[in-house]
Design a protein around this ligand. Structure first.
Ligand SMILES: [Zn+2]
Length: 254
């Protein structure tokens, strides 16, 4: 995406985040790699992202050094720097404070368990990282082990980070995560919620692989949610055939 379109889209993503209630006041920050892969367009510190304008955005290098713009880059750029360093596949980072996702983490309810089939299929595991003091180098230190294992993580007592190959993908993952959190919350108010059985989780992981739905590069070992982790072996004989049928149908071949 060329710079003018990227500016326009990044601002639109910030406005969407505010409209959807994922940020309030000066919360959140968004960045996207520019075409050369060495510069990053990012929101400035302090401003209300719900009303941000294209000229407020700044351009920094991959370490957060200001290259262009009149404002100071986000004070939370350290997490963006970490994401780009750990994940060459990542082109955009969205940091927000989605209330239900954060509330579930506060109450000790994990979103890592596969409860909803589509969340499991399109998002994979949502991991919760321990608390770290915002804007300090504690943040990248605490988040580092999680970065290669998930595209959607919760920072305890703070917010969430979603990663994507582009802005669209990173934002959609935030929306998918908060939507899953809302459903999980509503269900838990009504009664206990059981996760999908492991062999069904395996089928979804295999289906994601066959459909080419992108996953974090490393298998997830930090979720503590399922016995097999992601992409584990198929538990039931015959599941392979079922997945083949589903994949063919989705591709319009059957
Ligand atoms: Zn924050």
């Amino acid at each position: 995406m060329r710079e003018p379109e990227l500016r326009q889209f990044l601002v639109e993503i910030c406005h969407r985040m505010y409209r959807q209630g994922y940020i309030a006041a000066g919360d959140g920050n968004v960045s996207a790699k520019m075409d050369d892969g060495e510069r990053v367009l990012v929101t400035p510190t302090g401003l209300h992202k719900g009303f941000i304008k294209q000229e407020d955005l700044v351009i920094v290098d991959l370490h957060g050094k200001l290259l262009r713009g009149t404002r100071k880059p986000s004070s939370e750029f350290l997490m963006h720097e970490l994401a780009y360093a750990e994940r060459p596949d990542v082109g955009a980072v969205v940091h927000s404070h989605p209330p239900i996702t954060v509330a579930l983490a506060l109450a000790g309810v994990s979103l890592a368990q596969c409860i909803l089939s589509e969340t499991c299929l399109v998002l994979g595991a949502i991991l919760v990282a321990p608390y770290s003091t915002p804007t300090t180098d504690e943040v990248p230190r605490v988040l580092k082990p999680y970065m290669r294992q998930t595209n959607a993580m919760v920072m305890d007592r703070h917010g969430a980070i979603t990663l994507g190959r582009n802005l669209d993908e990173a934002y959609n993952r935030l929306e998918a995560m908060e939507h899953a959190a809302k459903i999980t919350h509503a269900a838990r108010v009504l009664g206990p919620v059981a996760p999908l059985p492991p062999h069904e989780v395996d089928k979804l992981q295999l289906l994601a692989k066959q459909l080419g739905i992108p996953r974090a590069p490393d298998p997830c070992t930090l979720c503590n949610a399922c016995p097999n982790g992601t992409g584990g072996p198929i538990a039931n004989p015959g599941d392979d055939a079922i997945v083949d049928v589903v994949v063919r149908r989705l591709r319009g071949e059957a």
